[in-house]
Design a protein around this ligand. Structure first.
Ligand code: TXA
Ligand code: MG
Length: 306
């Protein structure tokens, strides 16, 4: 069994594995990641291979301190500093000019690098011992991101030296990705740190979505998909299986929390469980449209692929 409880000993073994160019399953507060030594192009290459991920989709560098973030960026700007002081460790990824030390395979040849400090004690211990790691979500390309060690696909597990079991992820969906490389900040992927959170620290308006030129290569329209077909509906009919916000009116209906952050925390696990039951189409009751549901809607839209 590759899944191990995180102790000083297993974390030291994992740090050693990273030094030896091997891959490690790492818990974070958002989702589980596949960690590799970011300065080791062969290990990074093995990450792409394990996921079946196209080389044009760059990885996020995970650091254990702001000092480490400075070593992978060419210009850790005043805005980056303010946001890092307020939201790190936490679910916020900053896109900044890249340092030459970061191999180009990590950033898919871009001159920017995405960097974040995860808020999970196991990840922080590991990274502080081993140095910065690249870590995409630990799923096959286009698949559901795992929010527990047990959700990691056996095909991925096979490629990992070990998986540190840090329990269920607190946040449950991937970090907010904020592009700070241009004149005005822009959210490339919504997450738990909201546009309003960012604006309150930066004191300037934060854009959203791709502006055509600056875009996140990883923003494929279909993403995060379970194997079963998924449909978003106003309400579930009796007999329809899926995720419901009101009271269930049939079997195989999972009641989801009505608070957006709680919903996000449970979303991937709920879909994973439904998917395993092989009950055909998964119906999802449409959540509210208010701003706090933005990141949930972003994932639901990508799950459905519309
Ligand atoms: O919460 C998370 O961010 C998780 C955990 C493991 O930390 N990681 C994660 O990584 O979601 P991944 O590889 O699944 O998604 C990385 C996203 C992709 O959409 C990618 O295109 C974008 O970050 N990205 C990475 N580098 C970028 C860059 N230089 N410019 C723009 N977007 C970038
Ligand atoms: Mg991913």
């Amino acid at each position: 069994m590759k899944i191990v409880p995180p102790t000083d000993e297993t974390i030291a073994l994992a740090a050693q594995a990273l030094q030896d160019s091997l891959l490690v399953g790492m818990p974070t507060e958002t989702v589980y990641g596949i960690a590799a030594n970011v300065f080791d192009p062969e290990a990074v290459e093995a990450t792409f291979a394990a996921k079946g991920r196209p080389a044009e989709n760059p990885l996020i560098v995970h650091v254990g301190s702001i000092d480490q973030a400075r070593t992978v960026t060419a210009d850790f700007s005043a805005r980056a500093q303010m946001l890092a002081e307020r939201f790190w460790p936490g679910p916020l990824t900053l896109v900044l000019p890249k340092s030459d030390r970061v191999p180009s395979i990590v950033t898919a040849g871009l001159d920017t690098v995405a960097v974040r400090m995860p808020n999970h004690p196991v990840a922080l211990k590991l990274i502080r011992a081993a140095g910065p790691v690249s870590a995409p979500s630990a799923n096959k390309f286009m698949g559901l991101s795992p929010t527990t060690a047990q959700m990691i696909d056996p095909q991925i597990e096979q490629r990992l030296e070990m998986i540190l079991d840090g329990g269920a992820c607190e946040v449950g969906i991937e970090s907010t990705v904020l592009d700070l490389s241009g004149e005005s900040p822009r959210i490339l992927r919504p997450g738990a740190i909201s546009k309003a959170d960012l604006e309150s620290v930066l004191g300037v308006e934060v854009g959203t979505g791709s502006d055509g030129e600056r875009k996140s290569p990883g923003m494929y329209p279909k993403h995060y998909a379970p194997r079963s077909p998924v449909q978003i509906v106003e309400d579930l009919k009796p007999g329809q299986a899926g995720l419901i916000l009101s009271s269930p009116n049939g079997p195989n209906q999972v009641v989801m929390p009505s608070v957006a952050s709680e919903y996000a925390r449970q979303l991937y696990q709920a879909l994973f469980d439904m998917d395993r039951m092989r009950i055909g189409t998964i119906f999802i009751q449409s959540p509210p449209r208010s701003a706090e549901w933005d990141s949930v809607w972003d994932r639901l839209t990508k799950i459905v692929g519309s």
